[in-house]
Design a protein around this ligand. Sequence first.
Ligand code: SF4
Length: 252
Amino acid sequence: MPHISFSALKDWNFCAWYHKLTRIDGIGRFQGNAYTAFGNAIHEVCEKKLLNEKVDENEHFIQSFERFLDGLPEKQDDKLVEQMRSQGKEIIPEIDVALKDYFGEYEVVGSEISLEEDIEDEDEYHFVGYIDGVVKTPDGKYHIFDWKTCSWGWDARKKSDPMVTYQLTLYKYFFSKKMNIDPKLIETHFALLKRTAKKNRVEFFRVTSGPRKTNNAVKLLNKALYNIKNKRYIKNRLSCSKCDFCKTEHCS
Ligand code: SF4
């Protein structure tokens, strides 16, 4: 069934031609690197911690990291990989502490919650995604959050960038529909897992996703689908300096 994820929407917003090349023609899709292998491995540990699964977390992290590295098309820098092994082990003990400090008392509603939802005014495409974590606090609020690995953290601009935070806005919108929960009872947060920070390696922060922002995010989703379905692949020259296709046979 045709579907769109937040990352596909982000690619389309970056440049509709880029979206066509990567998502429709399947050209030059990013295959991953040491950073994504690290992110995937630490993500797995976060999931286990949230679900309170009894595993040797460091061991699990190291094994997952190796597995994701083995799946990459190219060998990664040994020094960086070694640093990442230590950085992962430093982050892991701070995850539970940060969850407790930030939410206080909470119950886990779910981890890796799958979304495959109808989109309003759209009869062909579904919205798909995975919500990393949802917890419920004693005040009756549901808290959706997404783990993000990074180096030292995010600056204020990135923390409020619509094309970063719309991910949570859309997850809230579709989660609310899926679970039939009043959006007023749902809050959204990012959880940064910082590789190179010397302290506060796990930082939660709230992202507001009110009705106006939700409306804007859904409008963008509909606009992208309208253009994709009508094969309108307009080049966004403002993004060329950040694009691997710039001045290649695929985009000159
Ligand atoms: S080089 Fe520019 S126009 Fe071409 S795909 Fe990339 S961003 Fe789009």
